[in-house]
Design a protein around this ligand. Structure first.
Ligand SMILES: [Mn+2]
Length: 325
């Protein structure tokens, strides 16, 4: 499958002049790393390239090369090709959706199991831990790799695998990373840049969230409801989840965030035995087997009740965790 679609994508790139690059809303390491790696690749091929995103770039990712070229608005331009990366559906690109649909060809490169194959060319590998890992093979095909591309791809792979700790980390991940390491990257510096940005107030807030954790009677579901979630430059979601994961018993972890009176954002994480994409999908969202999200048009109390009772269907039959390494 990869060979055929890769050949078509390469042909399309070779025969096209102007490119629009975008990714999903609520930008993170994989979305931005994938976009910027693709930007550098296409620029090196002599193409006209624009990155256009719905959301501003979080401060924490401003160490990535060429991040200043990213735009949050564009004039009424028409592009030969729209490259939509790390994005399960074109609607997840937010306002960029219109510019994408006007492009001559949509290339969809992604790893979400919930991907809707919305492109004219769809390269979707849900077994891949990140979109950046897929894009490595595109850069390889063009024999274009340099330190900047390697840094962008590494950041995408590193963040989407939870620093290589999630179940989506496999031999391929390490193989690709090993190839990228030849470009003299410094993982400890990248780690520090991404993970050392909290101020004392943030830690206080994290402490409040952690001290309000709830559990179902079986203790397989662990969650928190946060009425005053502050979207900050630094996304605290993963930090909170990484602390929740220190708990021994739970199989799934949820965060309920009040967005508006009747709108609740739900983030779902799994240790690997429960497919949280199915739970998110039932409530109109999606993502990956071990990491998904959805927005529910209901109060935080109602959303909490609905999601927890639905999730119990998936956790009630689980026996003891087998220890296999
Ligand atoms: Mn991703």
């Amino acid at each position: 499958m990869r060979k055929r679609v890769l050949k078509k994508i390469v042909e399309k790139i070779n025969t096209s002049k102007s490119f629009l690059i975008t990714a999903h809303m609520s930008l993170e390491g994989d979305a931005l790393g994938s976009e910027l790696a693709t930007y550098i690749l296409l620029k090196k091929l002599g193409k006209k390239v624009v990155i256009y995103n719905n959301d501003p770039t979080p401060e924490v990712y401003k160490f990535l090369p060429f991040n200043r070229v990213i735009k949050n608005s564009i004039k009424n331009e028409k592009f030969d090709v729209a490259m939509v990366l790390d994005c399960s559906d074109v609607s997840r690109a937010g306002v960029v959706k219109d510019a994408v649909s006007k492009a001559g060809c949509i290339i969809n490169i992604d790893h979400h199991v919930s991907n809707t194959n919305f492109g004219d060319l769809n390269w979707v590998e849900s077994s891949s831990g990140s979109a950046a890992q897929i894009l490595y093979y595109l850069c390889e095909r063009f024999k274009i790799m340099d330190k900047n591309i390697a840094l962008c791809l590494y950041t995408g792979i590193f963040t989407d695998t939870g620093n290589f700790t999630y179940a989506n980390t496999d031999g391929q991940t390490h193989k690709v990373v090993s190839a990228l390491m030849k470009y003299n990257l410094h993982p400890h510096k990248i780690y520090d840049t991404i993970h050392s940005l909290c101020n004392p107030g943030d830690l206080n807030f994290i402490g409040q969230v952690i001290s309000s954790l709830k559990f179902d009677p079986s203790r397989k579901i662990c969650w928190a409801t946060i009425v005053d979630w502050h979207e900050k430059n630094y996304d605290l979601t993963e930090v909170v989840f990484s602390i929740m994961r220190l708990l021994k018993d739970p199989e799934v972890f949820f965060l309920f965030k009040r967005v508006e009176k009747r709108r609740t954002r739900v983030n779902l994480r799994s240790r690997g035995r429960v497919d949280v994409n199915k739970i998110a999908k039932f409530f109109g969202g999606g993502g990956h087997k071990n990491a998904s999200g959805t927005t529910i048009e209901a109060s935080i109390e109602k959303a909490e009740k609905k999601v927890i009772s639905f999730a119990k269907r998936y956790t009630s039959k689980l026996g003891r965790r087998k220890k296999k390494y």
